[in-house]
Ligand binder design. Structure first.
Ligand code: MG
Length: 364
């Protein structure tokens, strides 16, 4: 049984992701590429993660581990893996979900390395509820059925041999836009698989929501592991109206999501202005326009927690402790046993006469 503060296990059922048995969605931040020397790696630390939880009310954080570009995992495995582990451990300590993202545009070219990496992550974190495996960030315009799906099946098989249940998210063609294509030939034979949808509101509008709806109608679950309020290339200003349309869509469809990107690079998508502290504690003036919108969205994420359990039934009054079994007292019978509300009841006289010694007899 999980502790009171730990996160609930995530379970895919149809096109929804359930937490504690109910459809739920979570919101948080994606860190920037982890690559050594790119500038975003300085935020891969526990203080930043704790600030996102405590000040932004983020329920999830994404470690976007660069792979095949300069400074990525293939050239600096130790450095990049250490950053991912720092973020994952901090997320667990702060009762957040953490997405471990193989941040590549050509993952099928390095499948053995991906398999080995996710085997390692599954051994480290497969027994936690916090970790989500994102095995392919953004495939290019390559075949879903011929290229991406076989890669995904190989990596999923390796993870599932170690960790039978944590959520696995699979990228989709065209920079994780063609969720409709994936939904027509979904991965079968494994539980708890979702598909990646990315949008940038300055570039992607209703046409992409329509594709997402097709995928949902085909019965697959989606996870927005990146969204931006600006253009798809990371530049441009905040597209307010389109962002609002997307946020409403995600709330209505209960799509969990991570905002791109928690970084201080001088570009529109960055949440932080250049030079913002690597330890959190940012003031409003240190957030960009995009970062301010992201913080407001995440803090106000109404779907971020499952609804509270239904209230207990109204008190039924006193009961009779009858040899350690409790029966309701009859409302309409003064003597003997009765049958009310589709179950047995005991009259108050019978209870008092037959069970006079505490703890038996009439109890609350
Ligand atoms: Mg597990």
């Amino acid at each position: 049984m999980a502790s009171a503060h730990a996160v609930e296990p995530l379970k895919v059922q149809g096109n929804q992701i359930l937490a504690n048995g109910r459809a739920a969605s979570f919101a948080g931040n994606s860190l920037f590429w982890s690559n050594t020397g790119w500038g975003g790696e300085k935020y891969y630390n526990a203080r930043t993660v704790a600030w996102l939880k405590n000040d932004w009310n983020a329920n999830l954080v994404r470690a976007a581990m660069g792979v095949d570009e300069s400074g990525g995992y293939l050239s600096d495995a130790a450095g990049n893996k250490a950053r991912v582990i720092a973020v994952a451990d901090a997320a667990i300590a702060n009762d957040m979900y953490v997405i471990i993202d193989w941040h590549s545009h050509r993952a099928e070219q390095n499948q053995p390395q991906a398999v080995a990496f996710f085997q390692d992550m599954a051994r480290r974190y497969g027994n936690t509820n916090n970790v989500i495996y994102e095995i392919y960030n953004e495939p290019l315009q390559v075949s879903w059925s011929g290229t991406i799906k076989p890669y995904a099946q190989a990596v999923i098989s390796a993870i599932r041999a170690i960790d039978p249940d944590n959520l696995i998210i699979v990228g989709t063609p065209t920079w994780s836009q063609d969720v409709d294509v994936a939904s027509r030939d979904p991965i079968r034979g494994y539980a708890n698989i979702a598909y990646t949808l990315h949008f940038y509101a300055g570039t992607h509008g209703q046409f992409l929501r329509d594709k997402a709806q097709v995928a949902l109608d085909n019965g697959v679950a989606l996870f927005v592991t990146e969204w931006g309020a600006v253009n798809a290339d990371g530049n441009g200003g905040v597209a307010t109206a389109e962002t609002n349309a997307w946020v409403n869509f995600m709330k209505t469809k209960k799509l969990s999501n991570a905002n791109w990107a928690l970084n201080d690079k001088a570009e529109g998508a960055s949440a932080l202005k250049p030079g913002a502290s690597v330890d959190g504690g940012w003031t409003a003036s240190q957030l960009t326009a995009s970062g301010t919108l992201a913080r407001n969205t995440i803090r106000g994420w109404s779907g971020s927690a499952p609804p509270p359990p239904p209230p207990p039934p109204p008190p039924t009054g006193q009961q009779c402790n009858w040899w350690a079994t409790r029966y309701p007292l009859c409302a309409n019978t003064q003597n003997g046993w009765g049958w009310e509300n589709n179950k047995s009841c005991i009259s108050s006289n019978t209870c008092l006469n037959e069970q006079p010694v505490p703890p038996y007899g009439i109890v609350q």
